[in-house]
Design a protein around this ligand. Sequence first.
Ligand code: F2R
Ligand code: MG
Ligand code: MG
Length: 349
Amino acid sequence: GGPASLSRFRGALVAAVLGDCVGGEFEGAEEVPMESVLQHLNSLDDETKGNGILEYSDDTAMARCVVQSLLTRTGFDEQDMARRFAKEYSASPGRGYGNGVIQVLKKLSSPQLTDVYQPARDQFNGRGSFGNGGAMRAAPFALSFPDLADVKRFAHLGAMLTHSCSLGYNGAVLQALAVHLSLQGALDLPQQFISRLITEMEEVEANEETRNDARILQEAEKPFCERLHRVRDLMDKSKVSIEEVISELGNGIAALHSVPTAIFCVLHCLEPRDCLPGSFGGVERTIAYSLALGGDTDTIACMAAAIAGAHYGIEAIPQSWIKCCEGAEDADMDAGRLHKLYHQLSQSG
Ligand code: F2R
Ligand code: MG
Ligand code: MG
């Protein structure tokens, strides 16, 4: 489809759920042989499986709250979104949430709470979380707001409800930017895509909070920009090993060690790869490759798949995978609603 087509919206939201559900199998594994990944993915074609047997985790649970909030409020409403996060956690606490964020979600359910951003600010002795929990649920911001400045602003604010460290919320901004650009067809020119992300993040990271957090955590002055330069260097190499990707970009639970990695997975899988079956399309390649990195596989696959799904569209996603994953059909319906909201906002703005 063309820029911002319905197919791209459906591809992004459905693929994100698939990445989470399918990736859950290997979350936390140090080494994941590609044979194990392919065995797991092949089992999704078994027709007897179907009917949502792979459950979604916190990644999708929180993204669903973001989607419902943006649709119900026709835009960003921090009170509504915070309430939905808290309610979802209390209804279904066993979705594999990060150990720190649980405290925030419990505090957000208090009727006495006046500032919904305060619980996140109190995390980790006031330093805030740098986990990837803001980024893992950032795609719906790109699917709601046609204007780039709105995508950045609301992805930031939406992440701040749980992640007040710049290395957490800037990861969410980067993820939303990547989905936004992919939706416009920017992955047709991969070099320009990565350059554009670097240019945008140069601006996003040009402030005192980023410099301070980066100094305390002993990272480069503009941590995400520095990682995106590494992504570009890896893209330019003719051969890249899994070990090299992990050592250069990371595969962990920090946004800094997973959002640039997810972006690399998408870029690397734009073309067929020797290690992956020739029958795989782009979304399947991206998810398979993300899983083979090990570490935070559900989240890296979820973020990479959202970007890839926005590029390839819903036609690139196997029906058998959709049938196996809890929440994938809901995501497909919601994508249609977000598509309407996006075009409604683009006409009013
Ligand atoms: N948590 C997981 N997976 C672990 C297994 C789950 C558990 N065993 C179970 O089955 O229940 N996955 C999910 O968490 C990630 C998103 O986490 P989020 O939302 O960012 O959470 P949190 O708690 O804010 O941060 C995660 C951890 O990062 C470390 N951390 C963050 N900021 C820190 C800081 N300023 N100083 C020190 N450490 C910091 C802490 O260890 C946090 O617990 C996704 O992978 C999702 O799938
Ligand atoms: Mg998870
Ligand atoms: Mg995870």
